[in-house]
Design a protein around this ligand. Structure first.
Ligand code: NIG
Ligand code: FE
Length: 392
């Protein structure tokens, strides 16, 4: 898995370094060697037989909203009656109802709930992820969400993103909200509570000019930047992300061809979230056009209580095959090396010296997991050389 570069883009994405009949030699928490069984000359205290199985790096999920109170199944009736995601939000429900539930939850409650989600994600093969705040929208609750993530578990590498610009509080307006959130970033900039800043750039939420100013200010303050762009309406989020050098541009369902071309010339990772298109019954991002235009692609669950209540990254891989028409090799790179790059995370590859985060699969090849639909193909998950999950 050593590609000699930190990400794969465009045509390069359709390659995988595969070792058949392989061994992987781990000492403590590190990968020390690998190769074919024929050339193996190590002896080991513990031997894990992987006959008829596959080993891959632990997967990386680069876009989740997994720290929140409550759930939103009560909105199903509205959805079935035809109310859109933005209509539900504008009724004061949607994100606002999760904000209410998150305000009312204690930090311990948030942590317990998040740990269950993380445990489920570990079981699907994920060992690194990004998690956003954004269900507080005020100082105290945003802070509670971010603090809840600190040292939460050893079983998951977590990068935190401040998403105080996720919605406009019911009694406020976009300008007031953004100026409060900038004050938050300034106040907590040395706290180590978050590494990235994100914004929901969308019709009736934050527009392009506001998002640009906010993200540039966050960048100046030393943060990496991410953007929820072109999720529902094609506002120009792709162009914006490329223009300001975002670490990732996420969703991109309605991005224009100019926006896609601009991303293909940038180092911004296009994090695509097919589970959200599926759950909102929307069209799908144009992944093939992005790959043809040399983009760096990542895939994620977008796990959240409204638009993607789904922890299963393997289902996302199935959707990427069927709906995006990505190849199995492209898909594996989009859940390992590329999302790790978008998070500045040393993960997502198994090379000599890397941390031993890996998954043993009940599969004999990489195509099988992508093809076998909506179930879990994981056998065992190891984090830093330790068995953390065995799926029976
Ligand atoms: O990525 N669109 C904004 N944020 C989330 C949804 C959050 C929610 O509905 O609670 C998303 O789709
Ligand atoms: Fe999201």
């Amino acid at each position: 898995m050593d590609y000699g570069k930190p990400y794969l883009r465009g045509k390069e994405l359709d390659q995988l370094k595969i070792v058949e009949h392989a061994y992987l030699y781990i000492v403590n928490d590190k990968v020390v060697d690998y190769g074919t069984m024929e050339e193996m000359n190590h002896s080991a205290n513990v031997v894990i037989d992987c006959t008829n199985k596959m080993i891959t790096p632990g997967l990386v999920d680069p876009h989740t909203h997994l720290i929140f109170g409550g759930s939103r199944e009560k909105e199903i009736a509205l959805k079935l009656q035809g109310a859109s995601y933005l209509e539900i939000l504008n009724m004061g429900l949607g994100i606002h109802s999760t904000v209410e539930a998150t305000k009312n939850a204690s930090i311990n409650e948030l942590q317990e709930k998040a740990l269950k989600v993380i445990d489920t994600m570990n079981g699907f093969g994920v060992t690194s992820l990004e998690c956003k705040s954004g269900y507080g929208l005020d100082e105290d609750t945003e802070l509670k969400q971010l603090k809840a993530l600190v040292n939460l578990t050893n079983n998951m590498n977590i990068k935190s993103t401040f998403l105080g610009a996720h919605a406009i509080p019911k009694d406020s307006d976009s300008k007031t909200q953004l100026s409060k959130m900038i004050s938050f970033i300034e106040k907590y900039k040395d706290s180590n509570l978050f590494q990235f800043v994100d914004i929901f750039c969308e019709d009736s939420v934050f527009n392009i000019a506001e998002s640009e100013e906010y993200l540039l200010k966050s960048k100046e303050l030393g943060f990496g930047i991410r953007i929820h762009g072109d999720e529902i309406k094609p506002l120009g989020g792709a162009e914006l992300a490329a223009r300001i050098g975002a670490n990732s541009a996420d969703h991109l369902i309605g991005s224009s061809i100019e926006g896609i071309k601009a991303l293909g010339k940038s180092n911004t990772v296009c994090n695509l979230l097919p589970g959200t298109s599926f759950y909102l019954n929307k069209s799908y991002a144009k992944a093939r056009t992005m790959i043809d235009n040399n983009c760096i692609i990542g895939l994620s669950t977008d796990y959240n209580p409204g638009s993607s209540p789904c922890e299963n990254i393997q289902f996302i891989m199935n959707l990427a095959l069927l709906k995006y028409k990505m190849t199995p090799k492209e898909i594996w790179n989009a859940v390992t090396i590329n999302p790790a790059y978008s998070l500045n995370l040393n993960a997502g590859t198994l090379k000599i010296g890397s941390t031993a985060d890996f998954v043993i699969w009940n599969a004999q090849n990489h195509e099988y997991v992508v093809y076998h639909n909506a179930v879990n193909d994981v056998d065992k998950v190891y984090k830093s050389g330790k068995l953390i999950k065995e799926v029976v």
